[in-house]
Design a protein around this ligand. Structure first.
Ligand code: SF4
Ligand code: FES
Length: 316
């Protein structure tokens, strides 16, 4: 059934424009800094997490259907209202992981989040009660939906609600909804995320190379197959309260990649890999909060996998 398109959605986008490099120099930034960056001119990670520039919230109300994705809405805005709005995407269907952002404060992928699931009608109830205490989500959960025209901030009739968007938490914003995920990619890279096999290929009874593959049976494959689905989107890292940039904790994504190869029967470096994550900022950094599990777009129970790899490292 084709949905009628007489409805709208309002996107509140937390925007960010880094301070231009020239202004940075005029303020005394070194022109000889190794890496030009909107985060302070150096490679120091603390500086990278203090992005300097203009931050503001911009609101867009556009025609939308409940089945539209948030990425569809952003593309509509970019094509018809504001070409300067910056966001990153590639595949458009949950396979590449490039469009992770915070939707209503929750890290997730823009291309798989629908208006139906994420638009929320603002409440008419005041944010504080008669005694001046802030009302909690529990108190407001059972309030009836209110007609849009009655809502204090004047959301028009036919509105599907409001969606708030910001760049992925835990990473410095680069521009608008684009976060700098290099810290995560570097942590993954440090843990050698590729197969290190023994180089011995399967041979026939006559000693000839049978196949140019390293063979394993279905049970061996099952031990890491789910982990190999990780697309390094950073959603788990954005949800992790310990990660926050990766200085104190390598983060769940890097540990998922380490675990993927530790559990691969063809890999010969399991002990080295476990040594590499048996550090204060490795498995010891995980506080078992399990927020990382909630929105993994590839269905990995990240918290459970963290638990398994911590146990494996300790038992070795
Ligand atoms: S484990 Fe899941 S949430 Fe974390 S980076 Fe991989 S795909 Fe994304
Ligand atoms: S655009 Fe590729 S995962 Fe969303």
């Amino acid at each position: 059934m084709v949905e009628a398109n007489n409805t709208t959605v309002t996107l509140q986008v937390h925007r960010f424009t880094p301070r231009p490099e020239r202004a940075e120099r005029a303020r005394g930034g070194s022109p000889f800094a190794k890496k030009s960056s909107p985060f302070g001119g150096g490679s120091d990670s603390a500086a990278r997490r203090r992005p300097r520039g203009k931050q503001w919230v911009q609101e867009y109300t556009i025609p939308a259907r409940p089945s539209d994705t948030v990425l569809d809405c952003l593309l509509t805005i970019k094509r018809t209202i504001n070409p300067t709005l910056a966001f990153r995407y590639s595949c458009g269907h949950g396979m590449c992981g490039s469009d992770a952002a915070a939707i209503n404060g929750t890290p997730t992928l823009l291309c798989t989040a629908t208006v139906r699931d994420w638009a929320k009608q603002p409440s008419t109830a005041p944010e504080v009660d008669d005694e001046g205490f802030r009302r909690t989500g529990d108190e407001t959960a059972n309030e009836p939906d209110v007609p849009a025209e009655n809502v204090e901030n004047n959301i028009p009739e036919g509105s599907l609600g409001v969606i708030e968007l910001a760049s992925l938490p835990g990473f410095p914003p680069q521009r608008d909804l684009i976060a700098d995920i290099d810290p995560m990619l570097n942590q993954i890279r440090k843990l050698t995320p590729y197969l290190q096999a023994d180089g011995v290929l399967a041979t026939t009874a006559e000693g000839k190379v049978d196949v140019f593959e390293y063979l394993q049976n279905p049970e061996q494959l099952a031990k890491y197959e789910t982990l190999s689905n990780c697309i390094a989107c950073g959603v788990c890292e954005g949800a992790c309260p310990v990660y926050a940039g990766g200085d104190a904790f390598v983060g769940p994504a890097a540990l998922i990649w380490a675990s993927r190869f530790i559990n691969d029967s063809r890999d010969t470096k399991a002990m080295d890999r476990m040594d590499a994550i048996d550090t204060a900022d490795g498995v010891a950094g995980c506080q078992s909060v399990r927020a990382c599990s909630r929105h993994c777009p590839r269905g990995i129970d990240v918290g459970e996998e963290m638990w398994q790899i911590v146990a494996k490292v300790r038992e070795r």
